[in-house]
Design a protein around this ligand. Sequence first.
Ligand SMILES: [Zn+2]
Length: 406
Amino acid sequence: MTDQSILIVPERVWSDGESHRGWTILVKDDRIAAAGPRASIGEVRDAEIVELPNATLLPGLMDLHSHLFLHPYNETSWDDQVLKESEAYRTLRAARHAEASLMAGFTTLRDLGTEGAGYADVALKRAIDEGFIVGPRLSVAGRAIVAAACYGPARKNYRPDCCFPQGAEEASGIDEIVRAVRHQLSHGADWTKLYADYRIGPNGETRPTFSQAELQAAVEAAHDSGRPVASHAMTNEAMRRSILAGVDTIEHGYGGSRETFALMRERGVAFFPTLTASEAISEYFRGYVAGESDPTESMQQAAQGFRNALAEGVTIGCGSDVGVFAHGTNVRELTWMTKLGMTPDQALTAATATNAKVLGRQSELGTIRPGAMADLVAAGGDPTSDIARLSDVRFVMRAGQIYRKT
Ligand SMILES: [Zn+2]
């Protein structure tokens, strides 16, 4: 045994839908070396022993829809963040946001666009990987891609002769969108993020933006290079176009019909419901008060989309749109998923095994088994009977390194 071994002794272990009382986990370097009843692990010398009484050890949690370069809109509006905050300022903040996420037990994030902060996410990921700053392992989407003149800050709200930054890279037509995909991937984006609809209607209604042909060309270019595609789609039509174009994940899906979610299941497209985003926006701008108000129209739509997906047996991952609300409170999304029909076990599976599969890393992330990455988190009590216990984080380890203990 090397002196790098760590023996973790929690009250119970949860992984892949099963609870195991009395299991012990042995970690060596960045991997799980053994997991099982103490007697099965054999003699361990010179290991650091971490006792976690009255706690459940889980695979590190994952949130696959984050925006580390945004902060809550009730602090600063989205327009003001994009227009007035420098990329340097936003990057420094993002480092703090990354640390808060890790300390809350989220050891992996898929960050879906810097919203006007260029490729600073690629730099943030590098700084975390190199150990300069503390944060989760990241998959990043770079600038993300929107149809020309179909995103924010909306031009109609400003002087027409102003030239000002947009929240993502604009593209129009097949040549431009293919070029944008290739450029973003070459700059270090792990995913292509497309905005398939936005609030561009005459009265601010959400309407599809990219044509079927544009979406198809973008997906082909990304897939040719071996990278997956995430599509922001609120409306049923943008969802349908995105699914037919072959995207890998649909984000939001508030307006999705049963038929459209059935199509997602058939095509193997995963769904990220971002339920907390609609709650947070309702709190900031519609006077919604949790526990007092009736759900707003947007919250009801989000809930309906989620229920449709659940009824159709779609693969549902955990993706919250954190950044719209405070970093480090990602667990709100799991709470919403259980409020709207998932069991705590299903929500935990979404945030671990399912998310790992969406990233194509199911053999080493989102699971506690020998050979897997030692990304581990402990919560007080038993989150499989009360998901809210996930807020009581007692221990965080990423790649075998302890970041939080108590
Ligand atoms: Zn988002």
